[in-house]
Design a protein around this ligand. Structure first.
Ligand SMILES: Cc1cc2nc3c(=O)[nH]c(=O)nc-3n(C[C@H](O)[C@H](O)[C@H](O)COP(=O)(O)OP(=O)(O)OC[C@H]3O[C@@H](n4cnc5c(N)ncnc54)[C@H](O)[C@@H]3O)c2cc1C
Length: 487
């Protein structure tokens, strides 16, 4: 792509302009300021972006309330008597907003100003490869990092706009618990919120047009989760797409089409959670000679540079992961490559990217699934351990789920791991560390794990890997040896 004719300024107001103060932009600005650069961080809405205000933080807060509700309903199982569950939804939502308020100072203008970042409130527009305009003020800058995130995608389904809907942006403003909630989308956001609202008392139907929930995960994950959702009263319609929305006698209806015909689902509120789109509206990246990918994200190379090497992008606006820790991880590379790229560039490496889905059971994952290994033609082996057998899980009445590890064929090298169960997101961290530092299953097996913990599941899984590899001949020889020793 040719650079638009735009003279390079002889002097710059700042070393780095970061557009967007979400997870990606905040880390970029933090690292740049720590490296003693002059950095300007521009945010048009709220500091903290999606994660703090409408994403991870509120969702994890409501999931917590929902989990407590689920425990109250299971009180008898623990030998406790509790009255019938009464949910004070406005109070649940007040707590969600209190949690946001408590985390807010971590991402605040005050904190970032104290770190040496120049925080500017306003909507940024790129006016040339070297200039950014915010509310009529133009800044010349040596580098730009675009970290403008994403927003929920709302598909143009007939009738949806008239019926009204909420997204992950707006659901936090609900004043009353919907009696019947329809969730469109079977990805992580749809699953987490479907279960949370069901546990708080909504009658939930979840519609997913693909053949299973959580299509990125191992199929056993979807199987386990769908079984749990059904047991908790969530109606899961996989293989159905919402085709149109109707209103009849004051009743809202979604007409969903699948292989077995149509399903008409009546509802009071619908959550649309079918994916997210990059935020580039109003940014005018064309002024810097940049173009978008077909899916609306900003294309970058392995150094997170766009086609203009001094303009970089990170977080949801570029992908490939839509995760807070992925955005933060990229932020470091963006800051370093923006500031020092002319001397040394740092290549981003996603080979050990973990994630979690905070449903119950929780899902923690890192690396490849069996399907990934197969698609890449990598010979692999699978080792599994059932958490139903684990002492601590039994003591906690959480004896369910599994550990599934993908190893390179003929080796203990971990290619990927999936944990499903209580605190799975914490458990998977052991595999993240192992993969990052090249430790195989033998090292996990030879590491002392505290008894009784859920983390022992990882050691037992490694034990299963080892057991399957003990040679029958060696066992035969050992048995003979002991017989001989007995005389
Ligand atoms: C319901 C939900 C739950 C989630 N849960 C998790 C989770 O548990 N774990 C996890 O890892 N991830 C989770 N995510 C994903 C996570 O929130 C995102 O991946 C992360 O916030 C992306 O950060 P970002 O900095 O790229 O974008 P954002 O956080 O969206 O920040 C971009 C910022 O740029 C600003 N901006 C945009 N355009 C301009 C402009 N022109 N000028 C100035 N400012 C601009 C926006 O206002 C915004 O504040 C969740 C998301 C949702 C919706």
């Amino acid at each position: 792509m040719s650079e638009p004719a735009s003279p390079v300024p002889r002097k710059f107001d700042t070393n780095l302009v970061v557009i967007g103060a979400g997870s990606a932009g905040l880390v970029t600005a933090y690292v740049a300021a720590a490296a003693k650069a002059k950095v300007t961080l521009i945010e048009r809405e709220k500091m903290g972006g999606d994660c703090l205000n409408t994403g991870c933080v509120p969702s994890k807060a409501i999931i917590r309330s929902a989990k407590v509700a689920a425990y109250i309903q299971r009180a008898n199982e623990f030998g406790l008597a509790a009255g019938p569950l009464r949910v004070d939804f406005p109070q649940v939502m007040r707590r969600v907003h209190d949690v946001i308020a408590k985390v807010e100072p971590h991402d605040s203008v005050e904190r970032y100003t104290s770190l040496g970042v120049d925080c500017v409130s306003g909507s940024a527009r790129i006016t040339s490869p070297w200039t950014v305009e915010v509310d009529g003020r133009t800044l010349t800058t040596r580098s730009i990092v675009i970290a403008t995130g994403g927003r929920p995608f709302v598909p143009p389904v007939p009738g949806l706009a008239d019926t009204g809907y909420v997204t992950s942006d707006t659901i936090w403003q609900l004043k009353a618990l919907p009696r019947r909630l329809l969730v469109i989308g079977g990805g992580p956001i749809g699953c987490e919120l479907a279960q949370a609202f069901a546990r708080l008392g909504s009658e939930v139907t979840q519609v997913e047009k693909g053949p299973r929930l959580l299509s990125r995960e191992d199929p056993a994950v979807a199987e386990t989760l769908t079984a749990r959702f059904s047991a908790e009263g969530i109606r899961v319609l996989t293989g159905y797409a919402a085709e149109r929305f109707e209103q009849q006698d004051g009743e809202k209806i979604a007409v969903c089409a699948g292989a077995d015909g149509e399903q008409r689902v009546s509802f009071d509120e619908v959550l649309v959670a079918v994916g997210r789109r990059a935020n580039t509206d109003g940014l005018e990246i064309g002024n810097a000679g940049l173009e978008l990918n077909q899916n609306g994200t900003i294309p970058v190379n392995e150094y997170l540079q766009t086609s203009q090497p001094h303009i970089l992008a990170c977080g949801d606006v570029t992908g490939p992961y839509q995760l807070t820790h992925a955005a933060g991880f990229q932020g470091w590379f963006c800051a370093m490559n923006a500031l020092f790229g002319s001397i040394k560039r740092f290549k981003v490496d996603y080979s050990v990217m973990p994630w979690a889905v905070f449903t119950d059971p929780e899902i923690g994952h890192v690396g490849m699934t069996a399907a990934d290994a197969e698609a890449q033609g990598i010979p692999y082996e699978i080792t599994e351990y059932g958490i139903d057998d684990l002492d601590r899980a039994i003591a906690d009445s959480e004896a369910h789920g599994f550990v599934k590890i993908v190893t390179k064929k003929g080796s203990d090298r971990i290619l990927g791991a999936t944990v499903v169960g209580h605190h799975a997101a914490e458990l998977v961290t052991e595999y993240v560390t192992a993969m990052k530092y090249g430790m195989g299953l033998r090292k996990i097996l030879n590491t002392i794990h505290i008894y009784p913990t859920l983390a022992e599941a990882n050691r037992y899984a490694a034990g299963n890997w080892q057991k399957a590899r003990i040679s029958p001949l060696a066992l035969k020889i050992a048995a003979r040896f002991h017989r001989w020793r007995r005389g």
